[in-house]
Design a protein around this ligand. Structure first.
Ligand code: ACO
Length: 326
């Protein structure tokens, strides 16, 4: 027997410090006009220097626990999705577990911008099978630590933040119906942090060549993001015998407004029913989907009984589409 699984609580944490396009104009050769027209981003949040991802994750987790009326002792498992962990190891989730005062198992998932939905899918399976009753799923990033602030083609795109959800047997709707996942390792080179792993060991040379920062083929990523996210939405709807009119809100990964509009176009969804907050936060990778879902719920864009589709795409490549009945 599988147990119906839902979202019991949601929480977000966005650092106070805002980096506007005007601030970036003083750092690299760019303009507010270029950034807005190519990306739709107006500002992004930055964690202070020395503030690790686990701190943002813990704040978001505390808020999700409060929203669900739970304490850390009620949690059976913690999964943190991140590509900007505190360290390569141990898992950021273990640090979060300690800081929260929980005693359950904890591990990380690395699926880049699809990180939260990948982690939510794992949590869904654990809860549906009865293996764990309540799973704390967190998407958290301090990407500012891995951005080359001298590279105008990437530094304007990303931001820091965290979101968390308590996944548990469904009580009052917010039912997770399905999450479909995909990966394509043949495209792994398109978006990566080349050095510091076992393939390219850290050395003076890798530091000098700035290989410890994120590198991206923006044009190729753009095309594939539109194709994979669009197709993932259509496949999900087909599986569940739904059409776009049945969906109250599409929540695409928040990387770039042009990608979001192109995905909406590809599937035929009017922009009035597409959620956008990339203008405020930039691309927060693993944190983007959960922060967007939490904000959409908070501002009343989704109501009880509405179908919501979350669609994500990121480095790996990875992609996912989730169907939730609010
Ligand atoms: N300010 C001013 N000019 C810039 C900037 C900048 N910040 N960045 C690049 N340029 C210049 C380039 O140097 C280039 O100049 P050139 O023609 O003299 O060589 C010119 O602008 C055009 O550059 P393009 O790369 O062709 O610009 P494009 O229209 O492709 O936009 C962008 C670039 C915004 C990165 C786009 O490719 C994109 O959004 N890609 C998706 C990337 C993304 O969102 N990745 C996130 C991770 S994956 C995901 O989450 C989906």
């Amino acid at each position: 027997m599988t147990i119906p699984v839902g979202i019991l609580g949601l929480g977000t944490f966005l650092p106070d410090k805002r980096l506007t396009n005007a601030d970036l104009e003083k750092m690299v050769e760019t303009t507010d006009e270029w950034i807005i027209s190519r990306t739709g981003i107006r500002e992004r949040r930055l964690a202070g220097k020395g503030v690790p991802t686990s701190e943002l994750a813990v704040e978001a987790a505390r808020r999700a626990l409060k929203d669900a009326g739970l304490t850390p002792a009620d949690i059976g498992l913690i999964i943190v999705a991140t590509i900007s962990p505190d360290m390569i190891f141990p898992a950021t989730a273990c640090i979060v577990q300690y800081k929260l005062g929980a005693e359950c198992p904890a591990y990380d998932i690395s699926a880049a911008c699809s990180g939260f939905p990948f982690a939510m899918s794992a949590a869904h399976s654990y809860v549906a099978s009865g293996m764990y009753e309540r799973v704390l799923v967190i998407g958290a990033e301090v990407l500012s630590a891995f951005i080359d602030w001298t590279d105008r083609s990437t530094c304007v795109l990303f931001g820091d933040g965290a979101g968390a959800a308590i996944i548990a047997p469904a009580e009052n709707g917010r039912l997770i119906i399905d999450t479909q996942l995909g990966s394509s390792g043949k495209h792994a080179d398109l978006l990566k942090l080349p050095a510091g792993g076992s393939a390219m060991r850290a050395s003076e040379e890798t530091v000098r060549e700035r290989l410890h920062f994120l590198k991206m083929d923006g044009k190729e990523i753009f095309k594939l993001a539109v194709r994979y996210m669009g197709d993932a939405v259509l496949k999900l709807l087909k599986t569940h015998n739904l059409n776009l009119d049945d969906i109250r809100l599409l929540i695409p990964h928040q990387a770039n407004l042009r990608i979001i509009s192109a995905v909406a176009d590809r599937v035929g969804m009017p922009m009035e029913r597409v959620f956008v907050n990339v203008d405020k936060y930039g691309n927060m990778s693993s944190a983007a989907s959960i922060v967007a879902l939490a904000e959409a719920a908070q501002c009343g864009k989704i109501k009880s009984g509405d179908y919501v589709v979350l669609v994500a795409f990121g480095a790996g490549l990875t992609w996912s589409a989730s169907l939730i009945k609010w």
